[in-house]
Write a protein that binds this ligand. Structure first.
Ligand code: SF4
Length: 110
C-alpha cells in the first residue's frame, strides 16, 4: 500500500513528523489498519499556509502525491482547528482534489 501524509504548515514550527513516522513505521494508531500489508511512504508534505490556500505550489505537491501512486493520503490532527474542532477548509479541499483522482483520504496519523 502506497501512503502519503499531509500536515499543517503551522505545525512545521515545532513538528519533525516524528510521531507520524513512528506510527507509520510501527503500523500503530491510524496505520494499524494496514497491519497485514506492506507499506511504502511515497510522500510527506505540508500545505503552503492559510494565505496561500491551494496555490500552484500546493497543487503541484498534490499532483506529485498522485503521480507517485499514493493510494491513501493521511492527514494529521494538526489540520483540525483547535478552536472549533473543524478540519481546515484548505485541507478539506485538498483531500477532495486527491479523492477525485483516486487517492483515498484518511483523517489521522497518530
Ligand atoms: S491552511 Fe490549514 S492546514 Fe494549512 S497552515 Fe493554515 S490551518 Fe494549517
Amino acid at each position: 500500500m502506497k501512503i502519503a501524509m499531509l500536515n499543517c504548515l503551522k505545525a512545521n514550527e515545532i513538528c519533525a513528523a516524528a510521531a507520524c513516522l513512528k506510527a507509520f513505521n510501527n503500523k500503530a494508531k491510524h496505520f494499524e489498519i494496514y497491519k497485514d500489508q506492506d507499506l511504502e511512504l511515497v510522500a510527506l508534505g505540508r500545505c503552503n499556509g492559510c494565505e496561500a490556500g491551494i496555490d500552484d505550489g500546493f497543487r503541484e505537491k498534490l499532483d506529485r502525491i498522485i503521480s507517485e501512486g499514493a493510494e491513501v493520503c493521511h492527514v494529521g490532527i494538526c489540520t483540525v482547528k483547535k478552536e472549533t474542532g473543524e478540519e481546515c477548509p484548505v485541507i478539506t479541499e485538498a483531500l477532495e482534489y486527491l479523492e477525485a483522482r483516486g487517492v483515498k483520504p484518511v483523517r489521522g496519523t497518530h
